[in-house]
Write a protein that binds this ligand. Structure first.
Ligand code: PEP
Ligand code: MN
Length: 335
């Protein structure tokens, strides 16, 4: 339920309403707008609750939220949200332009990639230290050593860093190095991981699972939000399709639906969708044109030697071209 307070309601009124909501066994999430304070009362509801809340002093209205996700919904928060990662705002007209290697491979290559993407205008650095691979025999990432390298490269070039956390037991450790925690597509419904991530105060990049609906995706966001972490950016990275020419099918419509149904920023990952570098730029631009709040792309200076995802990594020149095109698209469709 949404509990809407009368305009100008005092802090004492707010406290009383929150107390009553908690007595009902519900969690209260307070959202202070410019004119109104709205409280999301989340949890198992009883049909008598709306009337009981309506009878409290200072309560103007009580409205049910129809969507299965509550805190992630536009009904709860009608304005777009903005997430700040280090000094980089994402959403509400600000774009995440994230680039870097699929995996952190060694200090020299990570540093060279960070320097290149910075020069061309990226505002964040990506790089995996824990790599979820289809085969147990493939490169699994450098672990904590990779996190240290990524952190140092981000610091040197003034780029906040995002990296994947795959295990609930690593959340605390990865949080010590990263500015943003990535939930990979394969872990989107790892609910234990989502709850752990919800307990730390770090921004989260939540990828959409390759066989998950937008509804499933927003329910996963709800797991994180309901633990108290509001800093979520959604990421569309392609679904399982039937077209063998691409690795996954980028679902541009899902970007539009997610932004319509939710207030959370949404970015696009064209690299994992395409699987081939020659398709990445067009898909990135399509995502931005559809309203995405940025992109995350893989870049490698020597893709033929990459430990993973070399075929989809943009080269230095291709990334420069993408950034030039991005400026034009943002100028055309940006807010
Ligand atoms: C990644 O971004 O490194 C990655 C593994 O992506 P996804 O989880 O979307 O496959
Ligand atoms: Mn990759």
């Amino acid at each position: 339920m949404l509990v809407i307070l009368e305009s100008g309601a005092s802090e004492a009124v707010l406290e009383q309403v929150v107390k009553r909501i908690e007595q009902m066994g519900l969690r209260a999430h307070v959202s202070r707008g410019q004119f109104r304070t709205i409280i999301g009362a989340i949890g198992p509801e009883n049909p008598a609750f709306p009337e009981q809340l309506l009878s409290l002093t200072g309560v103007e209205n009580v409205i049910p939220i129809m969507k299965p996700y509550k805190l992630a919904s536009r009904e709860f928060h009608s304005e777009d949200s903005q997430v700040k990662v280090g000094h980089v705002p994402i959403g509400k007209g600000h774009y995440a332009l994230i680039a870097g290697p699929c995996a952190v491979e060694c200090r020299e290559s990570c540093r060279a990639i960070a320097q290149t993407v910075k020069v061309h205008g990226a505002n964040m650095l990506r790089g995996g230290a824990f790599k979820p691979r289809t085969s147990p025999y493939s490169f699994q990432g450098l672990g904590e050593e990779g996190l240290k390298i990524l952190r140092d490269c981000g610091d040197e070039f003034g780029l906040p860093v995002v990296t994947e956390v795959t295990d609930p037991r690593h959340v605390e450790m990865v949080s010590r190095y990263a500015d943003m925690l990535q939930v990979g597509a394969r872990n989107m419904q790892n609910f234990v991981l989502l709850s752990e991530i919800g307990k730390v105060g770090k921004p989260v990049l939540l990828k959409r699972g390759p066989s998950c609906t937008v509804n499933d995706w927003l329910m996963s966001a709800e797991y994180i939000l309901s633990e108290g972490n509001q800093q979520i950016v959604l990421c569309e990275r392609g679904s399982k399709g039937f077209e063998p020419e691409v690795r996954f099918t980028l679902d541009v419509g899902a970007i539009v639906v997610a932004k319509h149904n939710s207030h959370l920023p949404v970015i696009v990952d064209p690299s994992h969708a395409a699987g081939r570098r020659e398709l990445v730029t067009s898909l990135a631009l399509a995502g931005l044109a559809a309203g995405a709040d940025g992109f995350i792309v893989e870049v490698h200076l020597c893709p033929e030697k990459a430990q993973c995802d070399g075929p989809q990594a943009l080269t230095d020149t291709m990334f420069a071209h993408l950034m030039a095109q991005t400026k034009e698209i943002i100028a055309a469709v940006g807010k």
